[in-house]
Write a protein that binds this ligand. Structure first.
Ligand SMILES: Cc1cc2nc3c(=O)[nH]c(=O)nc-3n(C[C@H](O)[C@H](O)[C@H](O)COP(=O)(O)OP(=O)(O)OC[C@H]3O[C@@H](n4cnc5c(N)ncnc54)[C@H](O)[C@@H]3O)c2cc1C
Length: 477
């Protein structure tokens, strides 16, 4: 059998390791990835303030795949022929040219397209803001941040804005973590008094994180992530503005519209704003050369799988079965999608459309942990199909936990972190008939030095696991 995997991020790489370890000896497994190195994205928040070398977040994929008998193509998949079951990729290695990869099973794990174009003036390439979403962007962002630091050393005040750069953006956790790391970094560099920090976001409330916020029981009382995050921001002398959808950016000015349809602008000297995420563009071509994209992806380019799509938010969010369980395309049943590439049935946070018709709604995050778990579920089902002809694994986001450790400084001595454990990621009111739809025993929020240790430990443990080193399977996704 032939299995092809497009994308070697958290989801695709996890799938490749499991499939390679189970089938690599007797079957033909191929990974196509745009970079020849794995990138451990979560540690970019440290690299973006110059406290961590970007190189420490990467390793060579080829070496790992050799262990698992997985073929590796350093290249970009551009076309998928689902009827004839093959992929065309443009090689990015020394060989160059095009390559055809045939498959019996295909995993699309291409992560997000960083859609800077959806917000005029956004982004490091053609705009005025910075990003920590890729290694290259992070280096640029770090350099700009350090330039700001130099200006502060010379006595200039700097206004730093971090948050979301589109009304429908996701990944607020990364933005939150970046701004708290900026605070810590400025303190260490002795210039904190020269900076005004602002967190600007499309969330309904600070601490929503695109998962409808979190509530935990603490000392017999309920504590919300909004209260928790507000306390952090107050302690860090950081202001925040939420319910704002950024629509355009100019040099020094961010233009937004809010929940009440009010338009306004925010000035900045240095800004890191997360763009809208869409699916990675790809051509899907039928056997007569026709475009079959509609059978594979939704309008945003995310792969349609076994979720229930097109329902009103209330219906969708009250039925956990709206969320996919096996991540398989209903038309082409040998195509699976993992991680950010799969199409969610809707937002997790309560959506908001203002009177001008602008939807300001945090898109659902599919974090590294969730992406890894989905990669494993997909891998296990493909292994099942190859070995036994049937699937036995399933896991919805209403059954998955997510642990977000938002570090505030990387130091093992005076660093800190807000550790938030959410279970399940998508509220399930059927299993947890409380207001939150979550397990209030497992869901937790803590703050302290232990979190900083844990974050560093997770970096080290995951770099170990993802390189397929001894005991890798024992470390959970
Ligand atoms: C700054 C930052 C911090 C974060 N921190 C955390 C955290 O602390 N904890 C957490 O759980 N999550 C965190 N996340 C989220 C996490 O990084 C993502 O959830 C995760 O990377 C998604 O994995 P993925 O496999 O779906 O996609 P990706 O990791 O984006 O991987 C997709 C891969 O596919 C490749 N690809 C794309 N298109 C093609 C193509 N056409 N052909 C070939 N290859 C292609 C890409 O090059 C990439 O290697 C963070 C994200 C950011 C941006």
């Amino acid at each position: 059998m032939k299995v092809a995997i497009i994308g070697a991020g958290f989801s695709g790489h996890t799938a490749a390791m499991y499939i390679g370890s189970a089938l690599g000896k007797d079957h033909d497994i191929t990974v196509i990835n745009m970079s020849d190195r794995f990138l451990y994205v979560p540690s970019l928040v440290w690299a973006g303030v110059g406290h961590f070398d970007v190189e420490k977040t990467r390793f060579s994929l080829k070496k790992v795949y050799k262990k698992f008998r997985v073929n590796f193509i350093h290249g970009k998949a551009t076309e998928i022929y689902p009827d004839e079951q093959y992929v065309i990729a443009e090689r990015r290695d020394a060989n160059g040219g095009q390559v055809r990869v045939d498959y019996d099973y295909l995993v699309i794990a291409t992560g997000p397209k960083l859609n800077f174009e959806a917000t005029p003036g956004l982004g490091p390439e053609h705009g005025n803001t910075y990003s920590i979403c890729t290694a290259g962007h992070t280096v640029q962002c770090r350099d700009k941040f350090l330039e700001s630091v130099e200006r502060m050393r010379l006595g200039e005040r700097q206004k730093i804005v971090v948050g979301t750069g589109h009304p429908g953006a996701t990944c607020q956790g990364a933005a939150f973590e970046y701004i708290t790391n900026i605070h810590k970094s400025l303190l260490k560099r002795g210039v904190r008094d020269k900076a005004d920090l602002l967190y600007l976001s499309n969330e309904r409330a600070v601490g929503d994180f695109g998962v409808r916020g979190v509530h935990v029981k603490s000392g017999g009382k309920m504590l919300s992530s909004e209260q928790f995050m507000s306390a952090v921001f107050k302690e860090y002398d950081t202001s925040w503005e939420v319910q704002k959808g950024v629509k355009q950016v100019e040099k020094g000015k961010i233009f937004w519209e809010d929940y009440d349809s009010k338009e306004g602008e925010t000035e900045y000297d240095f800004a890191m704003l997360i763009p809208q995420f869409t699916g990675m563009p790809m051509k899907y071509i039928g056997k007569d050369g026709e475009d079959v994209s509609e059978k594979v992806v939704n309008k945003s380019g995310f792969v349609i799988v076994d979720g229930i799509y097109g329902q009103p938010f209330e219906t969708m969010s009250s039925n956990p079965d709206s969320w996919p369980a096996i991540y398989r395309n209903p038309t082409y049943q040998n195509i699976f999608a993992a991680g950010i590439a799969f199409a969610p049935p809707g937002p997790i946070s309560v959506p908001h459309t203002n009177s001008n018709g602008l939807s300001i709604t945090a898109a659902p995050p599919r974090t590294g942990m969730v992406s890894g778990v989905i990669g494993k579920v997909v891998a296990e089902n493909i292994i099942d199909l190859v070995k036994h002809g049937r699937m036995t694994h399933s896991e919805r986001m209403t059954e998955m936990a997510a642990a977000c450790i938002a570090s505030m400084g990387d130091s093992m001595w005076d660093g800190s972190a807000a550790t938030i454990v959410v279970y399940p990621v998508v509220p399930d009111c059927r299993r947890y008939p409380n207001e939150e739809g979550r397990d209030l025993f497992v869901t937790d929020m803590e703050m302290g030095l232990a979190g900083a240790w844990m974050k560093r430990l997770i970096h080290t443990t995951f770099m170990h696991k993802l390189q397929g080193r001894i005991g890798w399977k024992l470390i959970p996704e």
